[in-house]
Every structure is written in C-alpha cells, then in structure tokens.
Design a protein around this ligand. Structure first.
Ligand code: CDP
Length: 234
C-alpha cells in the first residue's frame, strides 16, 4: 500500500501577488522541503493554448490541450532568478509563462472544470510524497485537504498591484500601474466566482494578511505556526 505523507504538506493559498511564492520559497528552504507553485501548471496550459492559436473561449479545445500537454517542473538550470525550470513539451518556458498576455488569459482557462480535472492528479501526486510547500488557489480546499498546515495569505488589492507592477518592470515589461491594478481585480473576480474550486480559505486554514508586514516578519510568523503543528524539517 502506498504511504501518503500529507501531514508534512504545507499549503499556502490566496489571491494573486499576495506574496505566497516568496514566502513559500523561503519556508521550503528553511525546512529542506520542495517548493511547488501550482500556478505554473495553469500558466503552462494557457501559454500552450495561446501559442497554438486555440481560442481561449473554446472550452473543449483548452481541456484537450490540458490533457495532452507535458509539463515538467525541474531544478533551476540557470541563475537568473528562477525558482525552477518550467518545461512545456520539452522546451524551457520559464519566463514566457510570466508574461502579461498569459496572465490576462490564465484565469479564464483555469476556470474550465475539465482543465482543472486534468491538472488535479499531477498536483496531488506531488503532495502525496510529502515534505512540500504547495502554493495556489485551491490547494487546502481541493488538491490536498489533508495537509498538515493550511495558510490563506491575503493583502489589499492596491498593495498586491504595487508588488506585481514592480516585478513586471524589473522583468523589462512596459506596464502601467493602473493596468496592473485592473488586471488583478479582474483575475480576483474570476478566481473567486468560478463554479469549480473557487478561491476561498479552507475551513481550517489560518488566515494571514501581509499588508503591513515585511517578508521577514511573515516568515517568522509562518515558522512559528509550523513548529506549533509539530511539522519537522527534513
Ligand atoms: O503569481 P500569481 O498569484 O499572480 O498567479 P499564479 O499563482 O501563478 O496563478 C495564476 C492563475 O492560475 C490564477 O489567477 C488562477 O486563475 C489559476 N490558479 C488556479 O486556478 N489554481 C491554482 N491552484 C493556482 C493557480
């Protein structure tokens, strides 16, 4: 019988740019756990949809692509700020999946039930191995509801837009703050109101707000929660 190690899974869900990934990377490093940003699988499918000129409104075609596409998350091969290499059908697409045109469409693609079903198993398999910090929208509610510690990380939409704007400028994108804010609002709206696995805290999640806190402060709070739950480093 395969052994599940869900008690050493830590889930961090929350809206876009709430600081989930930065915190999760630090926590994973601190614990010697794997970091898994589940948003990349939705971004990867969306990029594949756009690259193949599949219309985003074509639910069947998007679902079919989600079932067919090969997505691999590998250790970072380059020291250019990436947490992992994201391979789509064998090609390195680490930075392409972060582009604003992917971001503008990802929530529509991620709202399709068939797309979510196709990607559920891939995510749960990684959770089963344990010793992983998983980041997303529905990890504590749907993907790994058995997780040992569930966090819901929030922040105001203005603060999140400021963070995302800075990130995109740093990546050399030509962006306008108001557009970033509007795009985040739209994505929040779609993610929170979709029928399948909407963005919401799990009943037993601990809700944290990162508005007036530094990353270091947040990391400390998180680490204390990990200790309280008796979750041990590798
Ligand atoms: O980094 P950011 O929070 O902006 O986005 P992300 O975590 O990479 O997720 C991109 C999009 O994928 C989200 O806006 C959701 O529409 C979708 N997503 C999801 O539906 N479920 C997840 N577990 C993770 C992401």
């Amino acid at each position: 019988m395969p052994i599940d190690n869900f008690d050493t899974v830590i889930t961090i869900d929350g809206p876009a740019a709430s600081g989930k990934s930065t915190l999760a990377i630090r926590l994973a490093e601190q614990l010697g756990y794997l970091f898994f940003d589940t948003g990349v699988v939705y971004r990867a499918v969306t990029l594949a949809v756009l690259d193949k000129n599949v219309p985003v409104r074509d639910e069947m075609a998007c679902t079919h692509l989600a079932e067919e596409v090969r997505i691999d998350v590998q250790p970072a091969s380059q020291d250019d700020g990436r947490a992992n290499d994201i391979m789509i059908d064998g090609e390195d697409k680490t930075w392409e999946i972060r582009q604003p045109y992917v971001e503008a469409n990802v929530s529509d693609v991620a709202a399709y039930p068939g797309v979510r079903l196709a990607l559920l198993d891939k995510q749960r398999k990684i959770g089963k191995r344990g010793r992983v910090v998983m980041v997303g929208r529905d990890i504590g509610t749907v993907v790994v509801p058995e997780a040992g510690l569930k966090i819901y990380l929030d922040a105001s939409v203005e603060e999140r837009a400021r963070r995302r704007y800075k990130e995109q400028l740093a990546q050399g994108e030509q962006v306008v703050f108001e557009d970033v804010l509007a795009a985040l609002r739209k994505r929040d709206e779609i993610d929170s109101n979709r029928e399948v696995a909407p963005l919401r805290p799990a009943e037993d999640a601990i809700i944290l707000n990162s508005d007036d806190k530094s990353i270091e402060e947040m990391q400390q709070i998180l680490f204390e929660l990990v200790e309280e739950k008796g979750i041990k480093a590798s």
